[in-house]
Design a protein around this ligand. Structure first.
Ligand code: ASP
Length: 353
């Protein structure tokens, strides 16, 4: 009897052992990190109430914790970027998802992108309406279509086909962004500025549209992560610059402009007037400076940021490299930002240190 049972157990244990070997390792290394931004223009200190500041800080911390949990359990940098950005898209505080800025006609047309530094796979969506989490739709473009960038109705159909939660235009309406648009219309504030010609200093304060303060312009969200397996990823999501024309596409859904990730160099997300970032391909430039000039991630981000300053733009960026070095560089009074590494210490900042 015993002799008859033993082979069955043997097969069972062999099966178990094979299963254990086939399972992906939960942890390749101890090191991982996540850095996020919630837009490069912050409210002037004098106007910021303690309540509002703590709401921002809580939302940033929640996004970092969501991404941290993903990385801690050994999931990928792409998973962490998506998780962190979804939290910020669901918050009315940021100009992405729920709190998106309306275009000049009062419609909400959202842009987003995501990039996997392991494969250089990437996905972006532009001018999408009624999609609650454009970052997830970007990931669907990346993973489930042969394309990199999809826009408008086709992208919205893709969202429906993949069961993403549809939302009505009212979902995106917030009093704050609406008032900003009304003020822009009433005071006839022009959109953006053209860059100063090469070699010429801009004769104005960088990127200040007359009458608008920087926090009325920005608020895009982004994340960049390094996972336990040594992979980098980045993503960005936005309602776009307030006062944009219908159909306008900014930098955020464009790979190399708003988002860039390459395991060999860096993962970056940017925020600021997209018309500038598109011209210089800001995040890809950071990657090139690391790859070809051997700059550190922070020096590369700062060099690119300075190039925007010479053009007259206030561009801010966050980045992480394969060594878990983090950069958070901004123009102006501050940037909603934060990071967390494997020790789980969540660091959130709004103004200068
Ligand atoms: N980059 C975004 C855009 O131009 C705006 C922002 O970052 O605030 O659409």
């Amino acid at each position: 009897m015993q002799a008859a049972v033993r082979p069955v157990f043997l097969v069972f244990f062999v099966f178990l052992a094979a299963g254990a070997c086939a399972a992906p390792p939960a942890q390749d290394g101890e090191r991982f990190g996540l850095v996020i931004h919630g837009g490069g223009g912050v409210m002037p200190r004098a106007e910021m109430t303690p309540e509002l500041e703590s709401e921002y800080r809580a939302a940033l911390a929640e996004a970092l914790e969501a991404g941290y949990e993903v990385l801690r359990r050994g999931d990928t940098a792409v998973d962490a970027v998506e998780a962190a950005i979804r939290v910020m898209e669901d918050s009315p505080l940021f100009n992405a998802g729920r709190g998106s800025s309306p275009n000049i006609e009062g419609d909400f047309e959202l842009d987003a992108s995501i990039m996997d530094g392991r494969t250089l796979d990437a996905g972006g969506v532009a001018i999408v309406r009624g999609v609650r989490n454009p970052i997830t739709l970007s990931r669907i473009v990346m993973e489930r279509t042969p394309h990199v960038l999809m826009a408008a109705e086709g992208a919205e159909r893709l969202a429906r086909d993949h069961g993403l939660e549809p939302v009505s235009p009212d979902y995106f309406w917030t009093e704050r962004r609406w008032e900003m648009l009304q003020r822009r219309l009433e005071e006839d504030i022009p959109y953006g500025e053209r860059p100063a010609p090469p070699g010429q200093e801009p004769d104005r304060e960088p990127d200040r549209e007359a009458g608008l303060r920087s926090h009325e312009l920005f608020g895009t969200v982004g994340a960049a992560a390094l996972d336990r397996h040594g992979n980098l990823a980045a993503g960005t999501s936005t309602g776009g610059r307030i006062g944009k024309m219908p159909g306008r596409v900014g930098d955020s859904p464009i790979i190399g402009a708003g988002t860039w990730a390459d395991n060999n160099t860096v993962a970056v997300s940017s925020t600021g007037l997209g018309e500038y970032v598109l011209r210089l391909l800001g995040t890809r430039s950071v990657g090139d400076l690391v790859a070809y000039r051997g700059l550190s991630v922070d020096d590369a981000v700062e060099e690119v940021r300075q190039r925007f300053v010479y053009m007259g733009a206030t561009i801010s960026m966050i980045a992480i490299d394969p060594e878990n070095n983090i950069s958070m560089r901004y123009s102006g009074d501050g940037m909603y930002r934060g990071y967390v590494r494997q020790d789980g210490q969540v660091v959130v900042k709004v103004y200068e240190d």
